[in-house]
Design a protein around this ligand. Structure first.
Ligand SMILES: *[C@@H]1O[C@H](CO)[C@@H](O)[C@H](O)[C@H]1NC(C)=O
Ligand SMILES: [Zn+2]
Length: 607
């Protein structure tokens, strides 16, 4: 039950009936009455409250009632939205929880009302439609995203070792880091294993460092030693070699599977999970779509859900490819609103078509403009991909497919077309998603419209890549890249779910909001000036907010329960300390989350 401490008015109400009487019998009767009143009170009013904004700054993302003064919450549900007076008169005439509620409300002198600051706004709980939950926690152990050089990376690893005596004293302990990006360093060349032996503190240790896009791994000489003989070629991957054919220490895409990094045990998963959940709630996230959960993660989350220990709603995309040959649908359980709070859902799978643009791994229809010897990497052959997607569709799994390059998108649209058109599939029931949906030929953009496939996009990828994307792609192909406004306009159901891909990008959804609406670096500039990079592809603020709420809910089959402040839906909402829907772009990023509420309960901050 909800704690009665939430409601400050409670004790004064309870005093009268609990006042002791003189005789023993009436004392018992009094106790019975008191218990009954407490029970009724708890049932009827304790978990009922209103949140109001005198400036009507509650953005509901409900088209029938987009901006309101108040939201009435009971338990985990939104009961009503609108003007304070209207809500009061509606609830007086159509009692929500019966006559007793009305009586108690009268005794109690009306509702508990939280008035948010007139400058603040209330929006539905934010979703991240594409993220990597445990990897974020892992990255926070040794974050490298802001490293400015190889020397800087080495320095950070040294500090990490010195801060962890258990690692310092055990040279066999693996060191894992994440976030390096050679495109930010002078020279922009891939680093090498030898770099990680330059410092005596690092020398001889197994070190494995993930590139910011998680599509390349940089390892130390000790790891190369542990790996022993390597295959000459890896399908869908690449072992970078020097002039005489020796591996340099960089493994791209499928070749990363060769690195014998130990699996995370439950204790480490729990640590990473806690780190991520704290950060997520602090940034207003109430739903996260995990964009690749192997069976061991799913078991971990399942246990957490059963214990009632999921602070956030999780929508997992299962992936058992690493431990399987061929079709692996049987290894992904189906869980709908599962667990003590009903916060876990597993009904989708994640497939990978190609690599990423930063490491020239995105599969292109024609060679890279800045590296004509390659057109990128197809990680899963089109034949195998086709057979997998067909089987996942037949088995009723939503099928979410990583596609960055125009060739990856082309190949996957061929397959989806053969199912949607060729087999007359029910797209509304299946809701296949293309994750990233980053680069399309102009003809394939039209097929997105025809097929109604969901484009699941990450606006911060546009702003992170805009310094080099046109160099990689050239002036023609760039027109079909990061084309978020076009993708939204083409969506027959008007849906464009937005995510961050954290830890590839920041976990802060306001950065995604800013990138979507401004297409600027955080300092207000862009390769096309202060008006934004390809500004015609900017989203409006209303479109971006809907992408982070209702569209993400649709993409996870929960649009009837989540994504807008609508009576009957779950009471997930966020209070922001300023109005991101109207303030200048530059003021969006300093915005703070005052409160994150999930299932009607404050999970971060205060109302
Ligand atoms: C398609 O699926 C949706 C959602 O499951 C369902 O409501 C609809 O009736 C289905 N349409 C057809 C034609 O089967
Ligand atoms: Zn991802």
């Amino acid at each position: 039950m909800s704690g009665s401490s939430k409601l400050k008015g409670a004790p004064s109400l309870l005093k009268k009936p609990t006042r002791p009487r003189t005789s023993g019998r009436s004392w018992v009767a009094g106790a019975v009455v008191a218990s009954l009143v407490i029970w009724l009170y708890d049932k009827a009013l304790v978990d009922e409250y209103m949140v109001c904004s005198s400036s009507r700054n509650i953005y509901t993302v409900d088209p029938s009632n987009p901006r309101v003064e108040c939201v009435l919450v009971k338990g985990h549900t939104i009961l009503d939205t609108g003007n304070l007076q209207d809500i009061q008169s509606r609830s007086a005439s159509t009692s929500y929880t019966g006559v007793l509620t009305q009586v108690l409300r009268t005794i109690h002198n009306d509702y508990k009302v939280f008035h948010v600051d007139p400058k603040s706004i209330v929006v539905p709980g934010l979703a991240d439609a594409h993220a990597h939950i445990l990897q974020y926690g892992s990255m926070m152990e040794l974050p490298l995203a802001t490293a400015t050089s190889i020397q800087d990376v080495i320095q950070r690893i040294k500090e990490y070792i010195l801060a962890h005596p258990e690692i310092q004293n055990d040279k066999s302990r693996w060191i894992e880091g994440m976030g390096w990006d050679q495109t930010k360093w002078s020279g922009a060349e891939f680093p090498t294993a030898a770099d990680l032996d330059l410092d005596p503190l690092l020398k001889g240790r197994p070190i494995s460092l993930s590139r910011i896009d998680v599509h390349a791994q940089w390892v130390s000489p000790r790891v190369l030693e542990l790996m022993g003989d390597l295959p000459l070629e890896v399908e869908g991957g690449q072992i970078i070699r020097d002039g005489v054919g020796n591996p340099t220490g960089i493994f791209v895409d499928n070749a990363m599977a060769l690195i014998p990094v130990p699996a995370w045990n439950e204790e480490r998963m729990a640590k990473f999970f806690d780190t991520t959940m704290k950060a997520a709630l602090a940034h207003g996230l109430t739903s996260i779509h995990d964009a690749s959960s192997p069976p061991e993660y799913i078991s971990f989350y399942k246990k957490k859900a059963e214990e009632g220990n999921l602070p956030n709603r999780l929508y997992l995309m299962g992936n058992a490819a690493a431990s399987s040959e061929g079709y692996w649908g049987a290894k992904v359980p189906r869980l709908i609103n599962y667990g003590k709070h009903g916060r876990l859902n597993v009904r989708s799978v994640k497939l990978f078509t190609d690599g990423a643009l930063g490491s020239w791994g995105a599969a292109l229809l024609a060679p890279y403009s800045d590296k004509p010897e390659t057109s990128g990497l197809i990680l899963t052959s089109p034949e195998e991909m086709s057979s997998l997607i067909h089987q996942f569709w037949k088995d009723g799994f939503q099928t979410n497919i990583h596609c960055i390059g125009d060739r990856a998108n082309h190949v996957v649209l061929d397959i989806l077309e053969s199912i949607i058109v060729g087999k007359n599939a029910n797209v509304t029931g299946w809701r296949p998603r293309i994750e990233h949906a980053q680069i399309f030929s102009l003809e394939d953009l039209k097929r997105m419209e025809k097929l109604g496939v969901i484009a699941s996009v990450q606006p911060t990828h546009a702003t992170s890549d805009m310094s080099y994307a046109e160099t990689r792609l050239g002036s023609e192909r760039i027109k079909g890249a990061y084309a978020y406004q076009t993708l939204l306009q083409l969506s027959p159901i008007n849906v464009l779910p937005i995510g961050s891909d954290f830890p590839v990008e920041s976990i802060n959804p306001l950065l995604g909001f800013y990138a979507a609406v401004a297409r600027l670096y955080t300092d207000g500039t862009s390769p096309h000036g202060p008006g934004g990079w390809f500004p015609e592809q900017r989203l409006t603020r209303a479109q971006a907010l809907k992408g982070m709420t209702l569209d993400a809910a649709y993409a996870s089959f929960s649009e009837n329960e989540l994504g807008s402040l609508t009576p009957g839906k779950r009471a997930d909402f966020v209070v922001l300390d300023r109005d991101i829907m109207t303030i200048p772009f530059a003021d969006i990023l300093p915005t703070k989350v005052s409160a994150t509420v999930i299932d009607g309960k404050v999970a971060y901050g205060a109302l």
